[in-house]
Design a protein around this ligand. Structure first.
Ligand SMILES: [Zn+2]
Ligand SMILES: [Zn+2]
Length: 117
């Protein structure tokens, strides 16, 4: 459910944010959802909540992009090397090209434990 923010049209309610007792000017919630899910917010808290929401979205977006890029890269490597597996001899993780394996081995946490730095 996507939360939206809208004016409470001058209702006499107070901000629901923890320890904030400012008269609320806004609701956050779904306009179609049950009223209980609405949160009252004053202007300050509205701004900080909006910033948080945008930050979360940004992180979610860049994570999704990273995942897409990683799976693209794996597919490309599988094609290049005929799907041959290149397992890390330290931790057993599978890579699909000697180059990716090499990049991993440099940072492999198990390798450090093995003392082969
Ligand atoms: Zn507030
Ligand atoms: Zn490894």
């Amino acid at each position: 459910m996507k939360a939206e923010i809208f004016s409470n049209k001058g209702m006499k309610v107070f901000c629901d944010t923890y320890l904030c007792r400012t008269p609320a000017q806004y609701f956050v919630g779904s306009p179609k959802g049950p009223l209980m899910l609405l949160m009252n917010l004053c202007q300050d808290c509205r701004d900080s909540i909006l910033n948080t929401l945008i930050d979360q979205d940004r992180q979610g977006l860049s994570k999704r992009i990273e995942e897409l890029e990683a799976s693209d890269r794996i597919n490309k490597e599988k094609k290049e090397h005929g799907g041959k597996e290149f397992p890390c001899k330290h931790c057993g993780e599978i890579y699909w090209s000697p180059r990716s394996l090499g990049a991993h081995v440099k940072m492999c946490p198990e390798k450090k434990k093995d003392g082969e730095v």
